[in-house]
Design a protein around this ligand. Structure first.
Ligand code: SF4
Length: 376
């Protein structure tokens, strides 16, 4: 049975105002980081027989050189082969996409690009402190398509301050007009300790309105379905046949290996591994081959069941009744309010959120969480 491989590249050109991921804008450790990631692969990959998918996430993986990307793929596949037709995704930012880089990525085995567009409007990209402008995003998409890459997905952010529904309709319309087969759409959230948080506190930027996010979300979900798309997860929609295999395996609770500083891994059962989210500490630990570079977390049956419920409800498959065991009738009761409000459908074999319910998926899931082993 193959597994997914996630490779976290914790470097970016600039710090986007809204971002709280693990990344650094100082690249001086990049060569050592790639060596450390290859060492981590060598330590850990004895158990894996093949790779179902490979995903370079970040951070900004497209800031790696072609040789660095190639060496990471070569190291991974020297331990376990890629399955036939395996999806190999690289997250890229538009400013890193040119004909040379695309050629190198394809030669290295990348067959899917996730492009961090976020907006097709320069004024929005500027306050986000993105490193690209709108015309670079359009140019990047055309170049990727001209190179024959059909599996392209794009990140767009909705619910932006001082925008209107017309703004969001235009953004999605531009993506569709370019024949992009997959979209990842994220509502803007204001995380603690971000520049955006400080800018809102000082009045430099207005606070995003919940109503804006709700209206944008409801519109794109129904609009995309009218265009024949599948709105298959809270943040992911695609033309049929373009679902993201790597992410879908996470949602099904399958095992995956995460390599790099800040990466998580899961054994598909009870154990999660959390690599230290600190670049120098990670590099030092991997070089020494010691255990200081990660923590292990053991999940109990309660955590597993609650996670399954939360991730299931974010997908169009919903949460299966067969997974609820003797808790099924209690869930009908706990979710009666969500069902009455039209936020959830109780189907014969599962519970499924409506578009209106998706906006509150975490709260609805939490209402159905088990807290006691005897409920299982
Ligand atoms: S490029 Fe991505 S990971 Fe890097 S700061 Fe911006 S949003 Fe965060």
């Amino acid at each position: 049975m193959g597994q997914g491989l996630y490779i976290h590249v914790p470097y970016c050109r600039k710090a986007c105002t809204y971002c709280n991921f693990h990344f650094s804008t100082s690249w001086k450790t990049m060569d050592d980081m790639v060596d450390a990631m290859r060492q981590e692969m060598a330590h850990r990959m004895g158990q894996v027989d093949s790779w179902q998918t490979v995903y370079f996430g970040g951070g900004t993986p497209s800031v790696l050189t072609a040789q660095q990307i190639q060496s990471l793929i070569d190291t991974a596949t020297s331990h376990a082969p890629l399955q036939a037709g395996a999806e190999v995704t690289l997250e890229a930012n538009p400013e890193d996409v040119d004909d040379r880089s695309i050629d190198h990525w394809i030669q290295a085995g990348v067959n899917r690009i996730s492009l961090g567009v976020q907006s097709f409007e320069d004024s929005q990209l500027q306050w986000m402190n993105r490193a690209h402008n709108a015309s670079q995003a359009v140019d990047a998409i055309k170049r990727l398509q001209d190179a024959g890459l059909s599996h392209i997905t794009m990140d767009l952010i909705y619910g932006l301050p001082e925008t209107s529904l017309a703004y969001w309709q235009d953004q999605v319309g531009q993506a569709l007009a370019m024949d992009i087969p997959h979209l990842s759409t994220y509502g803007l959230t204001v995380e603690d300790k971000t520049v955006l948080h400080a800018d809102i506190a000082s009045g430099k930027i207005s606070k995003p309105m919940d109503e804006r996010s709700v209206e944008d979300f409801m519109w794109h979900r129904s609009h995309l379905r009218e265009q024949g798309w599948l709105t298959y997860e809270l943040s992911n929609s695609c033309q049929p046949g373009f679902e993201a295999s790597h992410n879908a395996a996470y949602w099904r609770g399958e095992a995956y290996v995460g390599i790099g500083s800040g990466a998580h891994s899961f054994d598909g059962q009870w154990e999660r591994r959390l690599n230290v989210a600190n670049n120098p500490m990670y590099i030092k630990a991997m070089k020494a081959g010691d255990s200081l570079g990660f923590e292990l977390e053991t999940l109990g049956p309660i955590e597993r069941r609650n996670e399954q419920l939360m991730t299931g409800l974010r997908t169009d498959l919903g949460f299966q009744r067969s997974h609820a065991g003797k808790w099924a009738e209690t869930l009908d009761h706990l979710w009666s309010d969500a069902i009455a409000k039209g936020h959830m459908l109780r189907l014969e074999d599962r519970w499924k959120l409506t578009d209106a319910g998706m906006m509150w998926s975490d709260a609805i899931a939490a209402a159905g969480f088990i807290t006691d082993n005897t409920d299982l």
